[in-house]
Design a protein around this ligand. Structure first.
Ligand code: PHE
Length: 334
């Protein structure tokens, strides 16, 4: 090869580059072209090898020609590469643009069960009043469920809490009152707790009965507590839970673990019907003694309400069984 041939070949390479560069569509095509020219077996690389065949006097000139060409192509390649990359970026952005006008996909959202919502709301009300939440076992002994609550073995009131027995002296708790006993045995007064939980009675299911249901127990034991404090606490609860348009009424009742005992009713102002919301009373001195408290020293009061009943009154639900049927048409309303 002569110097003239080499110079012509170099021009040919430039022409090839210029021609191909005009039609390049992608970075892959650009890379393929780069390999064709500058790769290990590329045209320009081969031309560099041809330098060896030239007489020494021409090598410097030939080297200058090839190096200049190489620099030009490399600079042009870099420029082209940037341009193509920019174009691809813009195309991708256009392709991936979010269409904010497209209607979204509807995904049904889960919710807390209405009984859970009501329980949390009741807890919240009493937490604000300074009560702790305490819990106890659903499987209880006769001692905690009955005896410690002043309900002896032959007490006729045992019939009221018709129980599921699991074995001798062991049963599913019929109310949350045994938690009172457990907590008082563990703590010294003052005690201020509410105990939400599941309870079990041998009731046949109908619109107002369910063998499994929920209660919230309240207990406050401290020096100097009177029935007036009980009334105040219940009044606060009724106002917070049902709103200001309700009035309440206490009437005499009987529970072996409270003395005196009362039944609490509420009524929407301006309407006729009184609705029972809970049983309540001053903790019986014998119960206080049983847990090691001195009834001369401290007094206390308690109440027990049904969560299902609160939810039914609040939402006008007529059948307690709806809570267990897991019918989304019912549940999704809350
Ligand atoms: N444990 C009672 C019941 O289940 C309710 C109650 C609790 C009454 C506390 C008075 C005081 O019927």
């Amino acid at each position: 090869m002569t110097l003239a041939e080499l110079a012509r070949a170099a021009e040919g390479i430039w022409a090839q580059w210029a021609e191909a560069a005009r039609n390049l569509q992608s970075l892959e095509e650009l890379e393929a072209l780069r390999v064709q020219i500058l790769g290990r077996k590329g045209r320009l690389t081969q031309l560099f090898s041809a330098l060896r065949e030239l007489p020494p006097s021409e090598k410097a000139e030939a080297g200058r020609i090839l190096n200049t060409l190489k620099e030009r192509i490399e600079a042009a390649l870099a420029e082209k590469k940037e341009a193509l990359a920019q174009r691809e970026r813009l195309e991708r952005l256009a392709r991936e643009r979010y269409d904010l006008s497209l209607p979204g996909k509807w995904r049904p959202l889960g919710k807390l069960h209405p009984l859970t919502q009501v329980r949390l709301e009741i807890e919240e009300i009493f937490l604000r009043l300074g009560f702790d939440v305490a819990t106890g076992p659903e499987i209880e002994t006769e001692y905690y469920n009955f005896e410690a609550l002043n309900i002896g073995p032959d007490h006729p009131a045992r019939d009221e809490w018709d129980s599921f027995y699991l074995g001798e002296g062991v049963l599913l708790r019929t109310h949350t009152s045994p938690v009172q006993i457990r907590v008082m045995k563990e703590r010294k007064p003052p005690v201020r707790i509410i105990c939400p939980g599941r309870c079990f009675r041998r009731d046949n299911p109908d619109a107002t009965h369910s063998p499994v249901f929920h209660q919230v127990e309240l207990l406050w034991v401290e020096k100097g507590l009177t029935f007036a404090h009980l009334k105040w606490v219940i009044g606060e609860f009724v106002r917070a839970f049902f709103g200001p348009n309700y009035e309440m009424r206490f009437s005499a009742d009987f529970f072996p673990f409270t003395e005196p005992s009362a039944q609490v009713h509420i009524r929407k102002k301006g309407t006729e019907k009184w609705l029972e919301i809970m049983g309540a009373g001053m903790v019986h001195p014998r119960v206080l003694e049983e847990v090691g408290y001195d009834p001369e020293e401290v007094t206390g009061f308690a109440f027990g309400l049904g969560i299902e009943r609160m939810a039914m009154l609040r939402y006008g639900i007529e059948d307690i069984r709806l809570f267990w049927q897991n019918d989304l048409r019912f549940l999704s309303q809350f």
